[in-house]
Write a protein that binds this ligand. Structure first.
Ligand code: ADP
Ligand code: ZN
Length: 292
């Protein structure tokens, strides 16, 4: 099988071709420009690839409601030209194949449930902590959409008692993204997150916010696996700190062995590594082909 995958990010697009085993056989990447230019690049890439379906995991917010006139559009974004642009429709006109369409983080959760750290499980939550914070939700064997789609990156947080940083979110100031995304690390400490030493106090504060959010997610959704990805999570020392924060916040209330006895294999990095996003889009494409 040859399935197309598009990981549509606000900074860059990654396109690839893979198979039903989740193996990516070819890929390209280009910066996200105006939609006319970017989608022309996408169409050019897939033109001679003979894919049987295409999956798109997109930055958002996006319209996932099939009965809506704006289904397949990015709805509100500061990226020039993308708001209201018929992203999915433009590609459907170019290729007569089934399309999968979901948020980048729902796609990553689905990819992890298909081939990665949550393989064989019917639920997981995927966090990306990068330029922004996004949360994908896979529950009872389906990606959760609800009213629009989950926006767990913007949940409100309780402040760390020693943190006076105002937060970077233009909507909420000190929401999770405002306090814990890569740019907020950089603004709070004056240097890039990747340059902060592993023993820097930044990581305890970072884990305080992420751990708090993960504890809330566990209480709300009861996922069978929590997967933490994105650039900031390359800081491996965060994992034990976050697990500790989750345990501290839950305080023994959720009586699950996965949390009480084996949290190291419950809160984990993506099994697919930095391929989680692209493999997720591949899984969406495969799903679209199977359900066509
Ligand atoms: P995006 O979210 O744009 O898809 P990434 O997941 O790579 O991309 O996230 C980029 C953000 O993560 C930037 O703010 C960057 O400073 C931060 N970042 C990337 N690598 C690291 C690292 N090793 N340690 C800490 N922060 C990092
Ligand atoms: Zn916010």
């Amino acid at each position: 099988m040859r399935i197309g995958a598009i990981e549509a990010g606000g900074t860059k697009f990654v396109c690839g071709v893979g198979n039903e085993e989740g193996i990516i056989e070819d890929r390209v990447s280009f910066p996200t420009e105006k939609p006319e230019i970017t989608l022309a690049n996408v169409i050019n890439y897939f033109r001679d690839k003979q894919v049987e379906a295409i999956g798109i995991g997109s930055f958002g917010p996006i319209d996932l409601d099939r009965s809506s006139a704006t289904y397949g559009h990015v709805t509100t974004t500061p990226k020039p030209g993308w708001t209201g642009y018929p992203f999915l429709g433009t590609l459907k006109e170019a290729f007569d194949v089934p399309f999968g369409w979901d948020t980048d983080v729902n796609a990553a959760a689905f990819g992890e449930a298909t081939w990665g750290a949550a393989r064989g499980l019917d639920s997981c939550v995927y966090y990306t902590i990068g330029t922004g914070v996004g949360v994908g939700v896979y529950a009872e064997g389906k990606m959760v959409h609800g009213l629009v789609h989950p926006e767990g990156g913007h949940i409100l947080t309780r402040r760390h008692p020693e943190d006076e940083y105002a937060g970077t979110c233009p909507y909420h100031g000190d929401c999770l993204e405002g306090m814990a995304a890569g740019p907020s690390l950089e603004k709070r400490w004056g240097i890039k997150g990747s340059e902060l030493g592993v023993d820097h106090p930044a990581w305890k504060i970072e884990a305080f916010y992420i751990g708090q959010a993960v504890a809330g997610t566990i209480l709300l959704l009861s996922p069978k696996k929590v997967i933490l990805g994105g650039g900031v999570m390359h800081q491996e020392q965060l994992f034990p700190l976050i697990r500790e924060e989750v345990k501290r916040n839950l305080n023994g209330y959720v009586s699950a062995a996965a949390i009480l006895e084996d949290i190291d294999s419950y809160i984990v990095p993506p099994g697919l590594g930095d391929n989680a996003g692209l493999c997720g889009s591949l899984a969406l494409g495969l799903d679209a082909l199977r359900n066509k």
